[in-house]
Ligand binder design. Structure first.
Ligand code: NAD
Length: 289
């Protein structure tokens, strides 16, 4: 990381992230690099805040006139009662990762799905009319589902285990079918034949489960033979940068995209909402290595 060139002054503005545990986050490196590159007198700092302290933290940040902040687990849904407005995507996915404070009026949105769409569109152009297989129905998956449906994907097949996420996934699939033109279906990920057949007829496969993440980087939900060379394979997992899924996809001749780009683009979307400026994404990519 380059050293900060802009000194902290009496005018320095704070942007923050409220979550716990969160010390591992790459967001400070990303946003501070961007502020510095653009000569903005702002600083991005993390605070370990969970649901118990959230209401007080929100009141405090509002009283201090802080322009905006991010939320991560466990606060993405818990923040909603404290906000004045919710974006269309947050209304569909019940999650907020970005708050914008306009003179005391707080608006929440989720940029995770937008980050995913932009990372995919870097590789294949528009997602409009595409058929997507989405592995997972947790926080990241539902944000992607909502944004991809709003942005004109044709069909999204959501595959998940019949675990604690299943009932909420059913509700969300119904809601998104009702509110958008996208055709969404929910499938059991343990039905490997159904998964293989659905992938065969799809344009994009994305993993939005935690499978493949360190320290379980030798795990993967699909076999190399399930893939085909016309598929774009995107993994939301960004640690490791090249997951086993992406390795299998490369071997099969698929286009691939790493979760690092989703992470950078969700940050860029939040950055634009707070500052009105485009994040210098290429510079940030270099800085994050
Ligand atoms: P979550 O806890 O909300 O959801 C976890 C999901 O994984 C659920 O769908 C669950 O059913 C599934 N799952 C867990 N173990 C499984 C298994 N053994 N087999 C099949 N499915 C299994 O988590 P989340 O916040 O949605 O995050 C999911 C992943 O996405 C994490 O790796 C996270 O780091 C990543 N993520 C990346 C970005 C990014 O910007 N690149 C953003 C958000 C999340």
């Amino acid at each position: 990381m380059a050293e900060r060139r802009i000194p902290i002054t009496g005018h320095t503005e704070l942007i923050t992230l409220l979550a716990t545990p969160i010390r591992h986050s790459m967001s400070p490196a990303m946003h501070n690099a961007a502020f510095d590159k653009l000569g903005m007198d702002k600083v991005y700092v993390l605070f370990e805040v969970g649901q118990e302290g959230l209401e007080d933290a929100v009141k405090g940040l509002k009283a201090m006139g802080v322009r905006g902040y991010n939320l991560s687990m466990p606060n993405k849904t818990a923040i909603i009662p404290y906000l004045d407005h919710l974006s269309p995507v947050s209304q569909l996915c019940d999650a907020v990762n970005t708050v914008i404070n306009d003179n005391g009026v707080l608006t929440g949105t989720s940029t995770d799905g937008e980050g995913w769409v932009r990372a995919v569109e870097d590789k294949i152009g528009s997602i409009k009319d595409k058929k997507i297989v989405l592995l997972g129905a947790g926080g990241a998956a539902i944000a992607i589902l909502a944004q991809a449906a709003i942005d004109g994907a044709k069909e999204i097949a959501v595959f998940n285990k019949k675990d604690a996420f299943w009932d909420r996934a059913k509700e969300k699939v119904e809601l998104i079918n009702e509110k958008t033109d996208c055709h969404v279906t929910l499938h059991d990920i343990d039905d490997k034949k159904d998964l293989r057949e659905t992938i065969r007829h799809s344009d994009i496969l994305t993993n939005a489960t935690s499978v493949g993440m360190k320290p379980h980087e030798d795990s993967c939900l699909v076999e190399e033979d399930d893939l085909h060379e016309h598929l774009l394979v995107m993994d939301c997992v960004y640690n490791p940068k090249e997951t086993l899924l992406l390795k299998r996809a490369k071997n099969k001749g698929c286009q691939v995209q790493s979760g690092v780009y989703m992470m950078i683009y969700q940050g860029a979307a939040s950055f634009k909402l707070w500052t009105g400026e485009d994040m210098p994404v290429e510079y940030v990519k270099e800085q994050l290595g």
